[in-house]
Structures are given as C-alpha cells and as structure tokens.
Design a protein around this ligand. Structure first.
Ligand SMILES: [Zn+2]
Length: 605
C-alpha cells in the first residue's frame, strides 16, 4: 500500500496497538459484551437489532447484516471519510504518540475548497469572539449574553462572538486573509444581493459557532440584538454543514452522554449553553429544524434513552410528539420533560436554578405513555360523552402496546380514576386489543425468521470446495504454520480467484511479519472487496486446535475440485475438436463423460 510508505509500518502498528478497537468504536456505537465479542447497532446500515460485532482478540469489526468489516483504521476511514493518513494521525494524537513529520503534502479527504471554508470559519470564529469579549464593537453582544446569564467561561468555551454591523467588515477581513469572495458566498458567510452587492450575512448578530462532531466549526448561528428579522438565522446548508445530520454541541456532549447513559435534547442553542453552564452536560440541540431520522439514528447509536426538553408551548409539545415517535421508531426509549406553558429550558434554569431543573423537570419527565395521554387530550372535548369514549379507546389502544403488565396496570388505574370506570372493564378491553396486536406481530416475526434462515441456508449452500477454501484461509490467517503448509502443498492453486489473491498477499505478509494479525494484514490489501472478504472469513467459527488430518481433508477437497475442473476443460477441448472433425459419435461419448464429471462436481456440494 503506497500510503504506508509515508509513515513507517512499525509506527502504524504502535498507533494501532495503543488504540483498542473496542474503545474507538465504542465512541460511536453503543457496544454490549456478548461472549467474546461486542455487539451494537451497525453505523453503516439502518437496523434495529444489533448485527454489528467487534472482536477484541482480533481487533476487527464485522457486520453480519451489511457485511462491512475491517480494523480500527478502516472503521474511521469508512465512518469519518478520513484518508488512511488522517485516521492514523487522529489515533496517534489520541494516544499521545508523536508521528514523524511526513514530507509529502498533507493527505486529506476534504476538497481544497472545503479546507478553505473550514479555515475561513476558524478565522472568523476567533475574530468574532475577540470582538465580543474585548472590544467596544462587540459590547452590545456581550451585554446581551450577560443579561441572559451567560458567564465568561461559557462565552469562551462556546467561543461565542459578535459580528459588528459595519458594512463590508467580514468580507474585508477575509479577503485580507486571501479568501475569495465567491467562496465566502458559497460558504454562506456573505450574502449576494440581487444588485450583485455583497453583505455580511451575520452583521449585527451574536455568533454561535456550530461545530461538527469532530469539533470543527462548520457554520454559524446568529441572533440579532438589534431587532432584525428573523430573530435567529443559521448559515445556509453546504457540503460541510448539513442541518439534518448535525446536532449542536454533540462534540462536547458525547462523553457526558455516554457517562449518563442518556441525552437531553433541546430545540435551542441557548438552552444547551445555559444547561451546560449549569453543569448539565449531556445536552444537544437540533439546528432550527425538527428532529430528523438521521439525527435520531445518530443518538440511538450512543444511548437508549432520550429526554426531550422542548418549549412548553403548544408548538413545542407538537414538536415533542413528532420527535418522540421518530425516536421510538429507531428504538430509543423516550421521556418528555414537562416545562409547563410559557416556559423554555433556558428561562426555566435562570428563574428556578439548575437543581430544580434537574429534579422537577428532567427527573420528573413523563414517560411516553403519560405524555401521550396528555397530548391526545387536546383533540377531544372531554365534557362530551362521545368524545370521552373515543379518547379512552385511543388511550387503551396505546396501552395495549405496552408489554409490561405492571406498567399497563399503572396507567389503567389512572384512567379508571379519572373517568370513574371499573378497572376490570378497562383490562378486558386492553386484553382484546393485545390479542389483535399479537396476531399482527406473529406475522412479522415469521417474516423475520424466514429471512434469517434463508441467509443461513445460503451459507450452507456454498459448494464444499468453496467452504473448504474459506475455512482453510481462516486457519491460515490464525496460524502461520498452517499457511506455510498450504503454501507448500497447493501454493495459490485455489479455485476461487479472490482466494488466490488473499493467499498471495498472506504468504508475502508472513514472509515479512511472521506473526498472525488479521487487523494488520488487511492494511496491505488495497482492494475493498478483498478486504471485506478477509474479514468475513476471519469471522468464521474455527477450532482452536486443528489437526493435521483436518487440514489435509480441506486440501484434498480443493485438489479434487481442481482436478475435476482440469479434466472437464480437457473434455470440452476434445469435444470441440470432435465437432470440428465432424465425428458425432465421438462427440456424444465425450458429452456423456462431461455430464458425469459435472455430476461429480455438483455432488461435492
Ligand atoms: Zn451493517
């Protein structure tokens, strides 16, 4: 691999050894130990039941669903779109390893244009922050933040800033740094007006830098302090800034989310900042749009429980309902904070303090079911009997979906008290509903088992020689002695082309390295498909101690297959000649032989 030449291989090994794959992937995927492996939801394809596995012994990951697999470096390359070098650098930094300077130009997965856009954001963040914090030009912004209870530490931590309402300020500053106007318009930092004049997009606004999950500022949010409309704007979307994929503060909140095993989701960036300042740090926010499927899935990869803490007004409640359903769809447990009408998280914290926020809002947040009972009430006039009955029916349907009988009974009691109904009647109704659901559910389960057993069958249906080759390679990957023996006896004479390629690389690898290490081995493979296949093979269940006899059996199967194929080819050639010579009897005899061999080939399945 040409990339390896830039950093010595021992160095890459050192970096890899210092970063356990379980820890690194654990930052992206919630992993649970099961036997010798860890399992979680695959970050590469959508799924609700975990089929993504990490094997610490081999330092590899593999998804049984989409079949993606690799080592810690390929994981980062796939997920973050890093180049090989970038992935090595990130891990080296993490583990405090100094890499030797590479003379080659920096290899990065970002286009030059995007690198420039990042750099422009970086400059501006520092400039705006400086202005707000230390100068007269930013005083309005600073005072506004103070009035909202934001302290200097938070202003520094979030690098809040101010863009002065001075015509051409941003444009001049960045052009002075050598950035082209066109690029800045494209990056959404400047606005191009109809008359072709340029204005600063955020002039007169407090700047909230929006960082991606790697901590790089990719966009700004701007809040007016001069009464402009709209009150709040974000950068326009770009390749680097996709509102439906990012969550505000995710980079800082990540480790707190993991520690607390839950995340609090807000609608506003101010909510995040004031909660964070008050010490509640597992907090993120959407960016002015409703929660998207992408964001829900991102959260699900990190935690099981999401607490929605939206504004207490009707709009906030409606948004909560939508977000809650989306999160439940991706498999999250959802709780909904109840702030009461006319309140939002930021004002609640400044009015009642963080202790009350934690105790009376977060800890006291509603389960989805009680929120649902409250939420759907608004659609009914409960003073009217027909409405009341319909409401109760809707709630019973919802309760029927709860599997825990204790939990169900808890809500049924509430309902029975509220509407003065006998608990027995309500229970009967829920039972009837559950029967209906069970019916539907069973159908689904059958579909699922059918598809998985089909998958298993497909595996079993691989021809014997192909299985023999795969298992043999699996043992070769684990044990150099096996590899040496196979090299001597069959060399690269496998029947499958991919297997030939793997064997060739493996022999070369052992010649140099002399210890088995799948994770290290795959870095030498440039072809993605071959790499995937090696990981897939490395995941085959093999014995700790394989006897020589078993190895011989595999080799025999492969050699027999090779022989039969050679004979078959030979017959086909003879058949061609016989046809050329116009000898139908000879051709027919050969055809019979071919059929016999083909039957034999089939029987080795
Ligand atoms: Zn997958």
């Amino acid at each position: 691999m040409s990339m390896l030449k830039k950093i010595p291989e021992e160095m890459i090994e050192k970096v890899r050894k210092a970063n356990d794959i379980v820890d690194v992937i654990g930052e992206y995927v919630q992993l649970k130990k099961q036997g010798r492996n860890y399992f979680g939801l695959c970050p590469f394809h959508g799924e609700k039941t975990p089929s993504f596995s990490v094997t610490p012994e081999k330092q590899i990951f593999y998804c049984f669903g989409c079949k993606k697999g690799g080592n810690v470096l390929t994981f980062l390359m796939e997920l973050e779109n890093y180049s090989f070098l970038e992935a090595v650098k990130i891990l080296a930094e993490k583990s405090g390893i100094d890499l030797p300077e590479t003379n080659t130009t920096e290899e990065t997965s970002l286009s030059l244009e995007n690198q420039n856009i990042l750099s422009a954001h970086n400059w501006l963040t520092k400039l705006y922050h400086h202005l707000l914090r230390y100068t007269q030009d930013g005083k309005e912004g600073y005072e506004y933040l103070k009035s909202r209870g934001i302290n200097d530490d938070s202003i520094d931590q979030f690098e809040l800033g101010f863009s002065p309402a001075v015509k051409g300020f941003t444009a001049d500053f960045l052009e002075g740094k050598g950035f082209h106007q066109q690029l800045l318009v494209k990056a959404g930092l400047l606005n191009l007006l109809d008359d072709n004049s340029i204005v600063d997009r955020f002039a007169g606004r407090i700047i909230f830098p929006i960082r991606n999950h790697l901590g790089k500022t990719v966009a700004f949010g701007g809040r007016t302090v001069t009464g402009q409309h709209p009150k709040y704007i974000n950068s326009s979307e770009s390749e680097l800034f996709q509102k439906n994929r990012l969550l505000f503060n995710f980079d800082l909140a990540k480790r707190h989310i993991r520690k607390e095993s839950e995340v609090i989701l807000f609608e506003g960036q101010m909510d995040v900042i004031s909660a964070y300042q008050a010490g509640v740090k597992n907090v993120v926010a959407t960016l002015g749009t409703s929660l998207t499927d992408n964001q829900a899935k991102l959260l699900k990869r990190y935690v099981d429980t999401v607490i929605l803490c939206y504004d207490g007004d009707q709009a906030g409640i409606n948004a909560s309902f939508k977000a809650a359903n989306l999160l439940r769809q991706v498999g999250c447990k959802v709780k909904i904070a109840n702030l009461g009408e006319n309140s939002d998280p930021d004002s609640y914290i400044s009015e009642f303090g963080v202790d009350s926020f934690k105790k009376n809002i977060i800890q006291a947040s509603d389960t989805y079911t009680s929120f649902y009972m409250r939420y759907v009430k608004k659609d009914y006039n409960l003073n009217v009997e027909a409405d009341r009955i319909q409401y109760i029916h809707q709630i019973l349907k919802q309760l029927a979906m709860i599997d825990s009988s204790v939990e169900r009974e808890h809500y049924l009691n509430d309902l029975s008290e509220e509407f003065n109904l006998s608990i027995e009647t309500l229970k009967d109704e829920v039972h009837a509903e559950r029967k209906k659901i069970k019916h539907k559910h069973n159908g689904e389960q059958n579909r699922y088992t059918r598809s998985t057993s089909k998958l298993r069958q497909q595996n079993r249906l691989l021809p014997a020689y192909q299985n023999a080759e795969r298992f043999l390679i699996a043992y070769m990957l684990e044990d150099q002695l096996v590899s040496d023996r196979v090299q001597k006896e069959i060399g690269v004479d496998f029947t499958m082309d991919e297997h030939k390629v793997i064997a060739t690389h493996l022999y070369a690898y052992y010649e140099e390295v002399e210890t088995s290490d799948v994770s290290m081995f795959i870095d030498r493979l440039e072809d993605d498909n071959i790499r995937q296949l090696v990981i897939e093979i490395a995941m085959l269940p093999i014995l700790n101690d394989i006897s020589n006899q078993e190895i011989s059996d595999y080799i025999n199967i492969i050699q027999a297959q090779k022989r039969n194929i050679a004979i078959l080819n030979d017959y086909r050639e003879q058949q061609r000649l016989a046809e050329q010579e116009n000898d139908p009897i000879k051709a027919a005899t050969i055809a019979l032989n071919i059929i016999a061999i083909e039957r034999q080939l089939k029987n080795t399945k």
